[in-house]
Ligand binder design. Sequence first.
Ligand SMILES: [Zn+2]
Length: 569
Amino acid sequence: MLRAKLTTATLAFALIFLSISINAQTAAQPAPPKAPETPIEKIRDEGMNRSQVMQTLSYLTDVIGPRLTASPNLKRANNWTRDKLKEWGLENSHLEAWGPFGRGWTLQNFSAEIIAPQAIPLIAYPKAWSLSTNGLLTSDVIFVDAKEEKDLEKFKGNLKGKIVLSAPIKEIKAHFEAPGRRMTEKDLLALADAADPTKSRGGGPEAMLSSPRMAEFIKAAILDAKKMKFFIDEGAAAILAPSRSGDGGTIFLENAAIPQDLQGKPMMEAVMSLFMGKVNPWDKDAPANVPQITVANEHYNRLIRMIQAGEKLQARINLGVKFHDDDLMAYNTIAEIPGSDKKDEIVMVGAHMDSWHSGTGATDNGAGTAVAMEAMRILKALNLQPRRTIRIGLWSGEEQGIYGSRAYVKSHFGARADDGTPQAEMAAMMGGGAGAKIVTKPEFDKFSAYFNLDNGTGKIRGVYLQGNEAVRPIFREWLAPFRDLGATTLSISNTGGTDHLSFDGIGLPGFQFIQDEIEYNERTHHSNMDVFDRIQGDDMKQAATIMAAFLYNAAMMEDKLPRKPVKTN
Ligand SMILES: [Zn+2]
């Protein structure tokens, strides 16, 4: 009834609206839009009115699919992007190997269900580099309720061939806020007013490592590592765990765990083992793990409650995987538009093309990849001749430790003298800190700027200056034509977690744009729902347009972008 009433009302409104708009059209003919004249107007016209960014993204995500580092899918994406950029007219389009990284991994088949005492199909996904079940696995399900190490004792001898629920119930709360959000004026003002990170005292890796939260985190990680070692030693057949967050069928997951001995290690070493993995499941000679599967939290919790109520559960799991160890190298796709009078100087754009495996890596980071490619397509389609060479880098191994872009920067521009030590690794991952002196290559002095996009599908709202105050007036001018598209904010603050750190870490101007995060943390970031349909097409067009304008401006200015003073120990 309500629906019928609404329909009638809606129809009446539509008729009124239609008559108004017809009247308006006959009354005043709008002036035809002015043809774009300046290069920036042309970039805007091409980017907003003839965009190909969504076609590019659809091929990367829907057709090629998830792009785990060193997997055949990522190799296919490397080849496809190299060929596409060449087809658009870019030059020197090629792949650059780095590594060795390790083994690739492909999911071949997967199903997981409870078959007794009643059928329960599970929303679940195996972790990357998990082992296979070697065919159909049918077994009892056991909940290992261990809050500390000694709780494991009572399960000794009982887990062989069993399917283990490895963690307690995950609390789930209702959502009272929409997952999709744009930055508010207040959010943007806070970013604009942020303190200069180069002047702040404290902070940095040391402060982070000594925080109580970190201590808690390490303690939990040590217990998790002990539990995993116990499960493997006891011969468990598969490990089921809840998703670290998420609900409603969205699960978040990365790679399978390899148990590591963290007990008694200094904090720095323990953190290093956790984040950078001294032993990784992709290593060629990695110790055997066990099939590791993440289950949607509502489904996972029910299984525990059934077991606690005395039910005997049986599950059937079929997990087939393939490891690829014929080529342990990984690849970045590189291509360029050669400059004119300053062609030996370089402006770069990039994004990481590798993704996690349970979705199709649409927002992390197919979006950034498609935007960076589209920015290059726009410049080439308009035949705007840049003075400096504009180069694109589509990175791999970002998800495992920002490896691809770091390898590229090291081989082309330079590295810290202590490169490869835990301290240098940590600094490279976190950004912003001091470090050992920088050993440079000749291209270091020819480098102007790097622009990165890796915060999801959301449009550009401004730029993080990474403590480089000298670029503020320059970027202010470059953003001015895009105020009406919502890009206004310059923040002196650092942002981390992605490939601009590889440049910033050795004192080269490297920037990540401020973006609306839309549903990034709630829905897509490393989840099974990181797929094409979560991408906002209008945001992507806006981002590619602004990216193209920044590249063009950086390539045309008289001087290279100013650098901030480099901190060395
Ligand atoms: Zn990611």
